[in-house]
Design a protein around this ligand. Structure first.
Ligand SMILES: Nc1ncnc2c1ncn2[C@@H]1O[C@H](COP(=O)(O)OP(=O)(O)OP(=O)(O)O)[C@@H](O)[C@H]1O
Ligand SMILES: [Mg+2]
Length: 417
């Protein structure tokens, strides 16, 4: 790394779709998560550009600024733009036109600064970034572009030349630290943007091998994660209140594009351009009930798309934790709007997506050429979903499920990579 103080060892950075974390490993020691926001290990992958104060905010602070109604722009789910042409689109930030790749660099720079702060002003000489098994499904060219773009953003952030490790393998290396005997493990990492799997031989003996290639029997991944669950739930539980599937005077449904974009974390900001706003305003004649259109325009004109997505996500998490129906907080839009997420809704709406996730896990085990693993190791925030765990239990009966550190395991494992 140029012009910076370095210390021996490895810095692992898990740049996640929803949350990011970093860990440091001093040679010969255990890896430690580093505080990234106050005392908290890890932070939401979120930036807020406050236009009034010309200030830039990160993590929880960014979310709070946005939710408090500060004037400015929120950026979330930036990782979902890697491998898409939107990544190089320019956008105005503090009166400058910069690309979304540059915004990723600004975020990584913050992670690097926080890491350096935690390490008395020095950065480890080696930096390893995680990457999903596929940034882009079935598209090797765009997948390579995605990794190259992330490497370029890391350079811009002052991290120098970084290496990459697959996120599920990193999660496995973290789990391995706790094992006292050899195990064949299916690692399941269900995050915000992707679901990744590896079948890997882990154990105290294996951990000593410098080259782990022969221990990694298979890896698979699919571009489905918690943000896709949010999308599905938003479309089914909230968008009808804004006119999705609403039949207009001509007998046709209101065109659905705006509802899909509004429910997709990484596409929300494109709805606030003058052109998109005008198109949404013009939908008025497609509605029979003007109140539904007014709600849509309120969300768009007030730039409340992320607030809506956040309300859906929070209700999803609450329902997932409590196994009871949870209201979607929409009081800021209108009093008494009926919208909630129940365990049955989670089951019904996420079934098709979870089936694809479980198929990808089965494929991993099949590719590994084993009948069944000794254990399933669960990590990533979305692995907390009971419906997912139940589906895995059906796919791999009798295989014990072990829960890991859902949010810090990948970063810790990257520091061992
Ligand atoms: N208890 C819960 N039940 C269901 N989903 C949850 C729960 N807690 C968090 N999530 C979801 O987990 C996701 C974030 O998980 P995580 O931080 O592991 O993802 P990430 O590492 O940022 O994403 P990726 O690895 O795909 O890039 C979010 O979609 C969040 O809504
Ligand atoms: Mg992750």
């Amino acid at each position: 790394m140029a012009n910076t103080l370095t210390v021996p060892g490895t810095l692992g950075i898990d740049f996640g779709t929803s949350n990011s974390a970093a860990a440091y490993r001093k040679p010969g020691q255990l890896a430690q998560l580093l505080p990234l926001e106050g005392a908290a290990n890890g932070m939401p992958t979120a930036l807020f550009f406050n236009t009034e104060e010309h200030s830039t905010h990160f993590g929880r602070d960014a979310m709070q600024q946005y939710l408090a109604g500060e004037e400015g722009r929120l950026m979330r789910s930036l990782k979902s733009l890697l491998g898409s042409s939107l990544l190089l689109e320019k956008t105005a930030v503090h009166e400058q036109l910069i690309s979304y790749q540059d915004i990723i660099a600004i975020f990584l720079k913050r992670v690097a600064e926080q890491a350096r702060k935690a390490l008395d002003g020095a950065l480890p000489e080696r930096v390893v970034l995680g990457r999903p098994v596929h940034f882009v499904d079935a598209h090797p060219e765009r997948d390579r572009q995605a990794q190259d773009a992330l490497a370029a953003a890391a350079r811009t952030a002052g991290l120098g030349e970084v290496s990459f490790q697959l996120e599920p393998i990193a999660a496995a290396l973290d789990y391995e630290q706790r094992l006292t005997e050899e195990k064949l493990v299916l690692v399941v990492d269900i995050g915000g943007g992707t679901s990744d799997f590896t079948v890997v031989r882990l154990g105290p003996q294996q951990a000593r091998h410098a080259d782990r290639k022969q221990d990694i029997l298979a890896t698979t991944g699919v571009h489905i994660g918690g943000t896709d669950f949010d999308h599905r739930l938003n479309v089914s539980q909230v968008m009808p209140l804004l006119g999705y599937k609403h039949i207009g005077p001509s007998g046709r449904e209101v065109p659905s594009g705006v509802f899909f974009d509004l429910s997709t974390w990484h596409l929300i900001q494109w709805l606030y351009t003058a052109k998109s706003l005008a198109a949404a305003r013009n939908l008025k004649t497609d509605y029979r009930d003007p109140q539904l259109h007014q709600r849509l325009m309120k969300v768009l004109d007030w730039r409340e798309g992320h607030r809506l997505a956040d309300a859906v996500e929070q209700a999803k998490i609450a329902a997932s934790r409590s196994h009871a129906a949870s209201a979607i907080a929409l009081g800021w839009l209108e009093d008494d709007l009926p919208a909630d997420i129940s365990p049955q809704v989670l089951q019904d709406q996420l079934q098709a997506l979870l089936q694809q996730v479980v198929d990808c896990a089965r494929e991993c085990v099949a590719l590994a050429g084993v009948a069944a693993p000794d254990a399933i190791y669960l990590t990533g925030g979305s692995s907390a979903l009971r419906t997912l765990r139940d589906a895995l239990r059906i796919a791999f009966p009798e295989v014990p499920q072990v829960e890991g550190d859902l949010f810090g395991g990948v970063a810790t494992g990257l520091a061992y990579a």
